[in-house]
Write a protein that binds this ligand. Structure first.
Ligand code: DGT
Ligand code: CA
Ligand code: CA
Length: 606
C-alpha cells in the first residue's frame, strides 16, 4: 500500500506505509484485527448516513464498531475457538454474521456493495476525524477529491477554504487532523508495541543458554509511541538465537541477519532489531541502545574529556587502551561516578547532573500502586461485572478499586442516570459485604457538559466515594470556553478529580484547545486531583504535562479507565508516564493505603 493513504478504510492494512510492506491477500483470513473490523463497521455507519438511512440502523453499526474496537479479546481468535460472537455487547445476529464473513474471507460483500454506490475514495475522507458525511460529499462532488493526498493539496492551494463558510478555519482543522493521522502511521503506540515484544521474549526465552532478553530504545524509556523495537540479549551461542528470531512465526520479512544481530518486520509492519552480546557485556549494550541519543551523546562527550571512551562494548581507558566490560547498567553508571539513572529519565533533561549530585529520586513503581480509581463495568460500556472487577483488583494486590461509570449525558454509551446509579451503589454495597481484602469505592465519571455544568445533580454526587469529571463532547470549543468549562467543574465542590484532561487520542485526536496551566492552577487552588489516564491510546496527562503538574504540587492519580478486567493491566503505562514525569510515590494518590485515600477523598475536608 502506498504511504499516501491515511488509514485507508477500504484496506485492512492501514499501517504499512513506513516499510512499504504489504501482506499477501491469502493471509487476510487469519489476521483481521478487532480494530480493523471496527473500522469497517464505522465506515458502514458513515456510508449509511451518507445515504440518509434510518438512524437506528446507523447507531447499531456505530455501537458495534465501538464495542468491537474495545473488546479485550481478538475476534479472529474467538472464531477460531468456536466462541459465540453474540456474547459481545452490541453485537447482534446480523453483525455477528458480517464479522464472521469479514474475518474468515478478509472481505465483506455488503460493505463492498455499499462502497460501490458512492464516489470512489469517499471513505478515505470519512476516515479523517472531523470530516462527516456532508463535508465528505461536498469535497468529493465539488472538488473531485478521493484521497487524503488530494485533500491535502486542495487545502494547501486554498480550494477547500473557498468551499466552506468558515473556510480557513475548517481547512486548517482538517489539515491538523491529517497530520496527526500521518504521525500515527509511522509510530506505534507503546500499548501495541509492548505486547508484541513480550510475545517475542517469551518465545525466545525457551532457547537454552539465552539470558537478559530486554527491550531497549524508546520502548524501555516508556515513550508514548515507538518508531521501532530494539531488543537486546545475551546467549551462550548468539547465532542460534538470531536464527530462531528470524524464524519466529510473527516475522513477515527478514531485513538483515548476521551472527550477532538481525532486523525483521513483524505483522502490522513494525520493525524489530535484535542484538546479542556476551553475558559479561550486557550492561554496556543495554545502556547504549536504551538511549536516548542525546543522553548518550552527553555522557560520551563529558567523559571523553576525562579520557574515557564509551561504547556499546564498554568503557575504554584511552591512555592504556584497556576495555572495561559491564554486566549491568548499574556498574556502568557507577564507573562514571554516577547514580543509576532509570531509563524513563534518560532524555537529556538534566538527569546526568542530578545523578552526579546523587539527587535522582526513587521513582514510583507499579508495586507502589494500591488501587485503581477509574474503571467501567457492564453497567455502562464496560465488559465485566462489579464483582469480577473487584476480584481481579484483589488478585493484583490492590486494596481498593473505584467503579466510575459514565453518566447519562449525550453521546456516551449506556451512561447511568440517578436511578441506575442508585441501583449500582446498592450492588457495590453487596459486593463489599461478600468480599474481603478489597474495597469497591462508589463513583462516577460524570460528563462535563458544554456549558460547564455536571450531568448529574449534587443530590446523588455528594454521596459517592469519588466523583471524576471529564469532557466527552463539544470538543471543538474555543480555548477560552473549554478552559472555563473545565475550571467550572474543578470549582464544583462535588468533584474530586478531572479525568483525561486534554481528551487527546494518540495519533487520532488532537488535544482540546485549553489553557492547561490555568486548569492546573485551579486544581491546585481547589485541591483537586488530576488524572494520568493510563489507557495506552490516551496517556493523558502526558509525560511533560504530568511533570509540570507535579512541579506545581498538584495531586495526581493514575487511572486505567478499564473497560474490562484485562485493561487493569494498563496501569504500567500510566506508571511509565509518571516516572517520565519524575514522580515519586508521594506524588501519586493511589499509592496511598485505603484509609489515607478515603481521608483525602472526604469532601468535608476540602
Ligand atoms: P524510536 O525508535 O524512534 O522510537 O527511538 P529510539 O530512541 O528507540 O531510537 P533508535 O531505535 O533509533 O535507537 C535506539 C537507541 O540506540 C537510541 O535511543 C540511542 C542509541 N543510538 C542510536 N543511534 C545512535 C547514535 O548515533 N549515537 C548514540 N550514542 N546512540 C545511538
Ligand atoms: Ca527504537
Ligand atoms: Ca532501532
Amino acid at each position: 500500500m502506498a504511504s499516501t493513504q491515511v488509514r485507508a478504510p477500504s484496506s485492512l492494512y492501514y499501517r504499512c506505509g513506513k516499510q512499504g510492506y504489504n501482506k499477501g491477500a491469502a493471509e487476510a483470513s487469519q489476521d483481521v484485527k478487532n480494530i480493523e473490523v471496527a473500522k469497517v463497521f464505522q465506515d458502514i455507519a458513515d456510508l449509511l448516513e451518507l445515504r440518509g438511512e434510518n438512524v437506528f440502523k446507523i447507531r447499531a453499526y456505530q455501537k458495534a464498531a465501538r464495542a468491537i474496537e474495545h473488546y479485550p479479546k481478538e475476534l479472529n481468535a474467538m472464531i477460531d475457538e468456536g466462541e459465540d460472537l453474540h456474547s459481545i455487547p452490541g453485537v447482534g445476529e446480523a453483525i455477528a454474521k458480517k464479522t464472521t464473513e469479514l474475518i474468515t474471507t478478509g472481505k465483506l460483500g455488503y460493505y463492498e456493495n455499499l462502497k460501490a454506490e458512492f464516489p470512489q475514495g469517499i471513505t478515505n475522507l470519512l476516515a479523517i476525524p472531523g470530516i462527516g458525511p456532508k463535508t465528505a460529499n461536498k469535497l468529493s462532488s465539488e472538488l473531485g477529491i478521493s484521497s487524503v493526498d488530494e485533500l491535502e493539496r486542495a487545502i494547501n492551494d486554498g480550494r477547500v477554504a473557498q468551499l466552506f463558510r468558515l473556510g480557513e478555519k475548517t481547512a486548517d482543522n482538517i489539515l491538523h487532523q491529517i497530520q496527526a493521522l500521518r504521525r500515527k502511521d509511522q509510530r506505534i503506540p507503546i500499548g501495541e508495541a509492548l505486547p508484541i515484544v513480550e510475545e517475542i521474549i517469551v518465545a525466545l526465552g525457551t532457547i537454552p543458554g539465552v539470558r537478559n532478553l530486554t527491550p531497549a530504545g524508546s520502548l524501555r524509556r516508556f515513550r508514548e509511541t515507538v518508531g521501532d523495537i530494539d531488543l537486546m540479549g545475551t546467549a551462550d551461542n548468539p547465532k542460534d538465537m538470531i536464527d530462531a528470531f528470524a524464524a519466529l512465526p510473527q516475522v513477515s520479512q527478514v531485513l538483515a541477519q548476521g551472527s550477532t544481530k538481525a532486523s525483521v518486520i513483524v505483522s502490522g509492519g513494525l520493525q524489530v532489531d535484535l542484538r546479542m552480546v556476551e553475558h559479561d557485556s550486557f550492561g554496556s549494550l543495554l545502556q547504549y541502545f536504551t538511549g536516548n541519543k542525546q543522553h548518550n551523546i552527553a555522557l560520551r562527550e563529558k567523559w571523553h574529556k576525562q579520557g574515557l571512551k564509551l561504547s556499546e562494548y564498554g568503557i575504554t581507558v584511552v591512555a592504556t587502551g584497556k576495555l572495561e566490560k559491564f554486566a549491568t547498567e548499574e556498574e556502568f553508571y557507577n564507573r562514571l561516578g554516577l547514580q543509576y539513572i532509570p531509563p524513563e529519565l534518560r532524555e537529556a533533561q538534566g538527569e546526568i547532573e542530578r545523578a552526579e549530585q546523587g539527587a535522582i529520586p526513587k521513582l514510583v513503581e507499579l508495586s507502589d500502586i494500591k488501587g485503581d480509581l477509574h474503571t467501567h463495568t457492564e453497567w455502562s460500556d464496560g465488559h465485566d461485572s462489579v464483582e469480577e472487577l473487584a476480584r481481579a483488583a484483589k488478585d493484583r494486590g490492590y486494596q481498593y478499586i473505584a467503579v466510575t461509570e459514565h453518566s447519562v449525558g449525550r453521546g456516551i454509551a449506556h451512561g447511568l442516570d440517578m436511578e441506575r446509579l442508585r441501583e449500582q451503589i446498592a450492588e457495590i454495597r453487596a459486593v463489599n459485604e461478600r468480599l474481603t481484602g478489597i474495597r469497591v469505592l462508589t463513583g462516577i465519571e460524570v460528563d462535563i457538559r458544554a456549558d460547564g455544568s455536571l450531568d448529574l445533580p449534587h443530590e446523588i454526587l455528594s454521596g459517592l466515594d469519588i466523583v471524576i469529571a471529564a469532557v466527552h463532547s463539544a470538543m471543538n470549543q474555543s480555548e477560552e470556553k473549554m478552559t472555563r468549562r473545565v475550571i467550572d467543574a474543578i470549582e464544583d465542590p462535588d468533584v474530586d478529580m478531572i479525568a483525561h484532561p486534554t481528551c487527546r487520542l494518540i495519533g487520532e485526536r488532537e488535544p482540546v484547545a485549553m489553557d492547561l496551566e490555568a486548569v492546573f492552577r485551579a486544581a491546585a487552588k481547589y485541591n483537586k486531583i488530576v488524572e494520568i489516564n493510563a489507557m495506552p491510546d490516551r496517556l493523558d496527562l502526558k509525560d511533560t504535562h504530568a511533570f509540570r503538574a507535579r512541579d506545581l504540587g498538584l495531586k495526581l492519580a493514575i487511572g486505567t479507565d478499564s473497560h474490562s478486567i484485562a485493561h487493569l493491566g494498563f496501569m504500567r503505562f500510566g506508571v511509565g508516564v509518571a516516572r517520565r514525569a519524575w514522580c515519586e510515590p508521594q506524588h501519586i494518590l493511589n499509592t496511598l493505603p485505603l484509609g489515607e485515600l478515603l481521608a483525602v477523598l472526604d469532601r468535608s475536608n476540602h
